[in-house]
Design a protein around this ligand. Structure first.
Ligand SMILES: [Mn+2]
Length: 294
């Protein structure tokens, strides 16, 4: 397995420019991670020159990138508006076409709609049909470039499209693309699944990416509300050798705190050095826990 973290752990804002990414690459590599999960939208916005610089620094530091998309409503692949769906197809096609420049082969997130859902207009059957048709087209582009799209299963408060592993597998079977798989996230699973390890075993080869976090999105091992050894066992049972990426959110405020609904400090007022120490400990914890097999 390869271990990583989302880029936003140390800050309050989603924004991150090239200079900030370069510092993050160096920090995340020095902590011992294999993966830095970056914003798919930042990659979409960056020039080819900047992407080449980003890729050079990535290579020097021995990391791989995975791309995390939190899609906005203007690119909603489930929209009843044909124009919006076409905009979405165009957007994801552009991102996928840029991914070889940074040698990344994993695009993840709730690409089937937008995030978080406002639940204003809901017809799940129609939303499935529309988004499945769009993802068939995007899947073909991804197939041609050897890129995997891992659709994230969320909880009921953030989407109505995919809220557990079973329906995500059903949805992917309808897309029927070798490039389109699923992403499970322990934070969302803890709300929706009857049994988290069993859901991982049910996903089997459909599982292309795993997000890890405690019940309140603290770092894995910080409060052990999640049964990490049982998850490690389930990952071994399915022969999982792909990404395990933390999505920790400890800081309140800013665009990140507001989007994630962090209304109090969860870091125990940590200094920057303590934030580094927390995530370093969590990485050791996960590596140890997930390396144990029966
Ligand atoms: Mn997630």
């Amino acid at each position: 397995m390869k271990f990583g973290t989302l880029y936003s752990y140390w800050g309050n804002e989603w924004d991150c420019n090239l200079e900030a990414y370069i510092k993050l690459i160096q920090k995340v590599s020095s902590i011992g991670f294999d993966i830095l999960e970056v914003s798919a939208d930042h990659i979409y916005q960056m020039s080819e020159t900047d992407l080449q610089t980003l890729n050079d620094v990535r290579k020097q530091n021995g990391l791989v990138f995975t791309l995390n998309s939190g899609p906005t409503k203007e690119f909603d692949l489930a929209s009843a508006d044909e124009y919006i769906r076409q905009q979405g197809i165009h957007y994801y096609t552009k991102i996928i076409e840029k991914m070889p420049l940074i040698e990344s082969n994993m695009l993840i997130g709730a690409l089937y709609s937008y995030w978080p859902s406002d639940f204003i207009s809901i017809n799940k059957k129609n939303a499935w049909e529309r988004s499945i048709n769009c993802l068939k087209q995007i899947g073909k582009v991804a197939e041609s470039l050897n890129i995997t799209i891992a659709l994230e299963v969320l909880n009921r408060n953030e989407t109505y499209i995919l809220t557990n592993c079973e329906e995500a597998v059903e949805y992917c079977k309808k897309i029927n693309s070798s490039a389109v798989k699923i992403l499970l996230d322990t934070y969302h699973m803890n709300i929706e699944e009857d049994n988290i390890p069993d859901a991982i075993r049910y996903a089997g080869d459909w599982l292309a990416h795993l997000h890890v976090g405690e019940n309140n999105r603290k770092l894995p091992g910080m409060n052990n509300t999640i049964n990490w050894p049982a998850i490690g066992q389930a990952l071994h049972d399915i022969g999982y050798d792909k990404g395990v990426v933390m999505e920790p959110f400890l800081l309140k405020g800013g665009s990140v705190g507001n989007a994630i609904r962090v209304w109090r400090d969860l870091s125990n007022n940590a200094s920057p050095a303590q934030m580094d120490e927390y995530i370093s400990q969590s990485l050791s914890f996960l590596r140890n826990t997930f390396s144990i097999q029966n």
